[in-house]
Design a protein around this ligand. Structure first.
Ligand code: ZN
Length: 76
């Protein structure tokens, strides 16, 4: 399928085999090993900051549409 870059060591990570990962907000980071994942978590704030610098996307918050189910016909 796809590949991701281990943000810690820069290695390619095969997504179909990735077992070390971490969800941060809407993103998922993949790691080649537990050590890299640990390092990432230790430096989470810095890593996120560096990632956001790299991506340099315009801030468009396209969050998920809240699918709150409107419950009609309330019965008591
Ligand atoms: Zn790694």
């Amino acid at each position: 399928m796809g590949k991701a870059i281990d943000p810690v060591c820069g290695m390619d990570v095969d997504l179909s085999r990735a077992i070390w990962k971490k969800d941060v907000g809407t993103r998922t980071f993949y790691f080649c090993s537990r050590v890299c994942r640990h390092t990432f978590l230790e430096n989470l704030d810095e890593m996120i900051f560096l990632e956001s610098m790299k991506v340099a996307k315009p801030r468009s918050r396209s969050g998920p549409v809240s699918n709150e189910t409107a419950k009609e016909g309330y019965e008591s």
